[in-house]
Design a protein around this ligand. Structure first.
Ligand code: PEP
Ligand code: MG
Length: 603
């Protein structure tokens, strides 16, 4: 496919593309060389009528099942030994389940009528998983593990690769159609040195994960399906190129990239431009583990705490006490620092059984984010109560915001609920074009806003963020998206803080980020979508009036380094030229022409 996102100021190697070269969208920078290992496809259900091969007795089929269980357990145990932390826990727990005789015995009972071992395991696994699911809570969550073991056993019985991540025994370039959040739990960046997917867009889970892990990634590359295991490829995660059988020039370039990444200056904890203008650099987190990474990266706080990640897969609403303990664990990591917590953003690609419907025709346009409170208000009220209790128990500077706000009325309603809960600093995300266009009215009640450029792009361009084939549209460099950001930046600068609505967001001059005595002009405008992690786009966003940037912790160092190469005047000049560009490709080219440091650092 053609790729409008490849910057035309590409650094080496600039050789013309060969016919075997694969192009996609570069979503996480870096250039590396490694061998391909493909993600095995999901295991298909055995036909309900599948019978044991002629001549095989029930005992033979049962022996096949117990042999397969031993193979699966050994495989998982061996893999567990190669990793640590959560990944190890997940693999050890699954290995234990594979060796548990319950499933094999349940399957044995089904072999009586001549069913194949594969079919018997499938049915027994389904029935056990359904029993777990019916129990709900922690036990309910184990249903997924049973499905996983079921699939692994059937793969072993069939003699095909186990589903999920490959294990070639050496670091590799992972090639897949796309990655589901579940696939990513055990993805080890020491093993997976780059990601290439045939589907998935720039804001897909794969792209977000790759940036979080700091590994190069190319998505929406349909030709990736032609790559076979073991072939050596050069992956350029900036330009979206994958080149099989790399030349000497590409090998030299991968070596250069390794040296360039070492040249990045560690972040010292204050985001600023070369003239001293401060732009706080914050982290996006989904829980306490990410909080630790944010602290390690010297992040100035948290600009987006995606609370729904704590509860994905849950059937029931978490209790207020449980929430308090989860929020406190995160707040405790940032004493005296800002933590912007987003209330549950359930729906669309992040369903929560206790909050969202799964039968909507267009989930991205349905009851998601703040809208879930229209039907289930108490869930939001409970969450706000939990946040306030956790806030009072810790020393973080807690700000709260709602996702998927479309109107000023909704913003006022949310801010009102937050105030009733006793929360002092309350804002909304701007991720729907209507909210961007009416930002001035939203600022009448909101203490701050944060631009969710992932959704803002999908809704502005009417392009599903998960769809690789629409990635050229789903691009935050699209001039329409940047014009909306500019509009919100202007509204933020013009917004007036009144004593009544101001929390700790007041007293901060949104233009300089510095404490101000008057506290009357300007309210903070953050960006917490993936756009903030793109060092070139970060400069443009600041030039458009954005006052803070929040991103995956891994990106902070590169964003900080590039921001320090420009003054505010220069950022504004670049932004003015970029926002007037006719296309996303032009916008990108113009920004890169003004930012030679990107080339120097290989970004
Ligand atoms: C966004 O939409 O930009 C955002 C930050 O929210 P999420 O990616 O969680 O939808
Ligand atoms: Mg969003």
């Amino acid at each position: 496919m053609s790729n409008t996102s490849i910057p035309s100021t590409a650094s080496a190697p600039d050789a013309p593309a060969a016919s075997s070269d694969i192009t996609g969208v570069g979503v996480s920078p870096g250039r590396v060389i490694g061998r391909v290992a493909r993600m095995a496809p999901p295991v298909e259900a055995p036909d309900p009528a599948e019978k044991a091969a002629p001549g095989r007795s029930i005992d033979d089929e049962y022996a096949r099942i117990t042999d397969a269980a031993a193979v699966v357990q050994a495989e998982l145990t061996a893999r567990a030994e190669t990793v640590s932390g959560d990944a190890r826990d997940v693999l050890e727990a699954t290995a234990l389940m594979a060796s548990d005789p319950t499933l094999a015995k349940a399957a044995k009972k089904l072999l009586d009528d001549g069913r194949s071992a594969e079919r018997a395991v499938w049915e027994a696994g389904t029935s056990i998983a359904e029993q777990f699911a019916a129990l709900g809570g922690y036990m309910g969550e184990r249903a997924q593990d049973v499905y996983d073991v079921r699939a692994r056993l059937v793969a072993a019985l069939r003699g095909v690769s186990a589903p999920g991540l490959p294990n070639p025994g050496h670091p590799y370039v992972l090639v897949a159609v796309d990655l589901a959040p579940a696939d990513t739990a055990t993805l080890d960046p020491a093993q997976v040195i780059a990601l290439v997917t045939s589907d998935g867009g720039p804001q897909s889970h794969t792209a977000i994960l790759a940036r979080a892990l700091g590994i190069p990634a190319v998505v929406a590359a349909p030709q990736a399906t032609t790559l076979v295991d073991g072939v050596e490829v050069y992956v350029d995660g900036t330009r979206g190129r994958v080149i099989p059988d790399p030349s000497d020039a590409e090998r030299a370039d991968a070596d250069l990239a390794a040296r360039q990444s070492e040249a990045l200056v560690p972040f010292d904890g204050t985001g600023r431009l070369s003239d001293g203008h401060e732009v706080a650099l914050l982290a996006n987190i989904g829980g306490v583990k990410d909080a630790a990474a944010a602290v390690d990266a010297n992040a100035q706080g948290v600009g987006l705490f995606r609370t729904e990640f704590l509860f994905l897969g849950r059937d029931t609403e978490p209790s207020v006490e449980e929430q308090v303990s989860d929020y406190r664990a995160v707040f405790a990591a940032f004493p005296g620092k800002k933590v912007v917590l987003r209330t549950l953003d359930a729906g669309a690609d992040k369903p929560l059984a206790f909050l969202t419907n799964d039968d909507e025709p267009n989930p991205a346009l349905g009851i998601r984010g703040y809208r879930t409170s229209l039907e289930k208000r108490q869930v939001l009220v409970n969450q706000l109560r939990a946040i306030q209790t956790a806030r009072e128990a810790e020393n973080a500077d807690v700000w709260v915001m709602a996702p998927m706000i479309a109107t000023a009325d909704e913003a006022a309603d949310f801010v009102g609920l937050c105030r009733e809960a006793g929360l002092p600093t309350n804002g909304v995300m701007i991720e729907v074009p209507s909210a961007a266009l009416t930002a001035a009215h939203i600022f009448a009640t909101a203490d701050f806003v944060s631009l969710g450029t992932n959704d803002l792009t999908q809704y502005t361009m009417a392009a599903d963020r998960q769809l690789g084939s629409l990635s050229a549209l789903n691009d935050p460099w699209q001039p329409a998206v940047l014009q909306l950001v500019q509009h919100v930046g202007q509204a933020g600068r013009a917004a007036v803080s009144t004593g009544a609505s101001a929390g700790s967001a007041s007293g901060v001059d949104a233009g300089t980020g510095a404490a101000s005595a008057s506290a009357t002009t300007g309210k903070p405008v953050g960006v917490c979508g993936e756009a903030a992690a793109d060092p070139a786009l970060a400069v443009v966003l600041v030039g458009l009036g954005v006052t803070t940037l929040s991103m995956t912790s891994r990106a902070i160092q590169a964003v900080s380094t590039v921001l320090r190469s420009v003054t505010l005047d220069e950022a504004q000049t670049i932004a003015a030229a970029v926002v007037a560009a006719p296309t996303a490709a032009d916008a990108r080219r113009i920004a890169r022409e003004h930012l030679p440091i990107l080339e120097t650092l290989g970004l």
